[in-house]
Ligand binder design. Structure first.
Ligand SMILES: [Zn+2]
Length: 371
C-alpha cells in the first residue's frame, strides 16, 4: 500500500476554496465544474472558518452563513460527492487557533468564543481583539490550554472519521498571531510550573516574589525558554493531530499552510514547521509565498524546499493580488524549483465567486494542460 505522501499527484494543481463558496449546492457545483474544466486535480476547501462548521459537527456550531439553508445541507458532504464524480481530490481545510473576526460576538452559545474566557489568547496586557487590526486578525485560542487542545482534537477527529472520502486534512493558522501572544494567566502559570522544576529554590522564591509586582517576571528571566515553550505548545498539537488522524484513516494526507521562510515562521509565528515535516507528522506543507514579485517568491521557495529536505512542498501563490501572467510565471517557477505543485489563493478571488472563467482559462492555457 502506498503511503499517504506517495498518494500526492506528481503535480498538485490546487486551489484554496474559501468558505464563502460553500454556501449553496449551486456554488459547490460551480467550484467543481470550473476546477475540472481547467484541469485542477485538488481542492483545499475551508470547512472550519471561524470556530464554526461547514460540515456536520457535534462540537461546533453550524456556520452562520448557512442559516438560510435546509438544516440537513452538509457542504462538505456535497462537495465530496460532486468532486468524486469529477475525479477531484478534496482536502478539508481547517483554521486552527483563529476563531473569530467580527465586532459582534457569535450568535451560538456553543461557539468557542462564548465558552470560557481562559480559552482565548491574550497579549502582554491581557487583552484580545475581536477584529483585524495591526498584526492580529482577530480572536485566537490559547495554544497551551489543555481544554483548547482537547477540543481541537475532537474537531479534527470528527472530520476525519465522518468523511472517509477526504483525501487529506489541511491545517491553517496553526501558529500564534505573532510573538506578542499568548501571555494569558494560564500560559504564565504553566510556563512558571515548567521552569520552577528546573531552577534552584532560591531563584524560584525570588522570581515568585517578583511576580507579585510583575506578572511577566518568569518570562523575562527566561526569554529563550519562553519562546521554545510556546513553540512546543503548537508542536504538541500537531503531533497529536497526526497520531489521531493516522489512526482514524491512514490514507489521509496531512498538511498545513505555513509561513514560507522557515526562520521567520519559527521566530515570529512560533511555527516550527520544518520539525513537523522531519518527524513525519505532516506529509507536506504549503508555504504561503504570496509576494507579488516572482523573484521574492523563488527565493522564499528555495528556502522552504531546502528546509523540507526532500519532503514534498506545494507552493502557495497569492493569485488574488496578481494578474494571471504573474501566477503563470510563479507556477512555472514552482515546477523548475522541484516543488510538488502549486495552490492558488483563492478560487473565490480569481473567479469572482464563480462568475468569471477568464483567469483560470489563461492559467490553464499557459501551463498547457487544456484539452
Ligand atoms: Zn495562553
Amino acid at each position: 500500500m502506498r503511503t499517504a505522501r506517495e498518494r500526492l499527484p506528481d503535480e498538485v494543481r490546487a486551489m484554496w476554496v474559501v468558505r464563502t463558496s460553500l454556501v449553496s449546492p449551486q456554488a459547490i457545483e460551480r467550484v467543481v465544474e470550473l476546477a475540472r474544466a481547467y484541469r485542477f486535480n485538488t481542492l483545499f476547501a475551508q470547512v472550519r472558518g471561524r470556530g464554526d462548521a461547514y460540515y456536520r459537527s457535534s462540537y461546533e456550531p453550524r456556520a452562520e452563513a448557512l442559516a438560510g439553508l435546509p438544516a440537513d445541507f452538509d457542504p462538505l458532504s456535497y462537495l465530496l460527492q460532486q468532486a468524486q464524480a469529477a475525479g477531484l481530490m478534496v482536502h478539508a481545510w481547517l483554521n486552527v487557533y483563529y476563531v473569530w473576526s467580527q465586532p459582534q460576538p457569535p450568535r451560538s452559545r456553543l461557539h468557542v468564543v462564548c465558552r470560557a474566557g481562559n480559552w482565548i489568547a491574550r497579549d502582554r496586557g491581557n487583552r484580545y481583539q475581536m477584529t483585524t487590526a495591526g498584526r492580529v486578525e482577530g480572536v485566537y485560542l490559547c495554544p497551551s490550554n489543555p481544554e483548547v487542545r482537547a477540543h481541537l482534537l475532537k474537531v479534527f477527529g470528527e472530520v476525519a472519521s465522518r468523511y472517509p472520502a477526504l483525501e487529506g486534512l489541511h491545517l491553517d493558522y496553526v501558529r500564534y498571531p505573532y510573538e506578542g501572544y499568548c501571555y494569558c494567566a494560564g500560559c504564565r502559570a504553566r510556563f512558571r510550573a515548567a521552569m520552577a522544576a528546573q531552577v534552584s529554590d532560591r531563584q524560584r522564591r525570588e522570581l515568585d516574589r517578583k511576580s507579585l509586582r510583575n506578572p511577566l517576571a518568569w518570562i523575562q528571566a527566561f526569554p529563550t525558554e519562553w519562546n521554545d515553550w510556546r513553540r512546543e505548545q503548537i508542536n504538541v498539537l500537531v503531533q497529536a493531530f497526526a497520531r489521531q488522524s493516522r489512526q482514524i484513516n491512514p490514507n489521509l494526507i496531512l498538511s498545513a499552510a505555513v509561513y514560507p521562510v522557515p526562520l521567520s515562521a519559527y521566530q515570529h509565528k512560533l511555527q516550527n514547521w520544518t520539525l513537523w515535516l522531519r518527524r513525519d507528522w505532516l506529509d507536506t506543507v504549503l508555504p504561503m509565498a504570496y509576494h507579488p514579485d516572482t523573484a521574492v517568491v523563488i527565493h522564499q521557495m528555495e528556502q522552504a524546499l531546502q528546509a523540507a529536505q526532500g519532503r514534498p512542498v506545494i507552493g502557495g501563490i497569492g493569485a488574488w493580488r496578481i494578474p494571471p501572467e504573474s501566477t503563470l510565471n510563479k507556477a512555472r517557477a514552482m515546477r523548475q524549483l522541484g516543488a510538488r505543485g502549486f495552490c492558488l489563493f483563492s478560487y473565490d478571488a480569481i473567479t469572482q465567486k464563480g462568475t468569471s472563467e477568464a483567469y483560470l482559462q489563461q492559467v490553464a492555457l499557459g501551463l498547457s494542460y487544456t484539452p
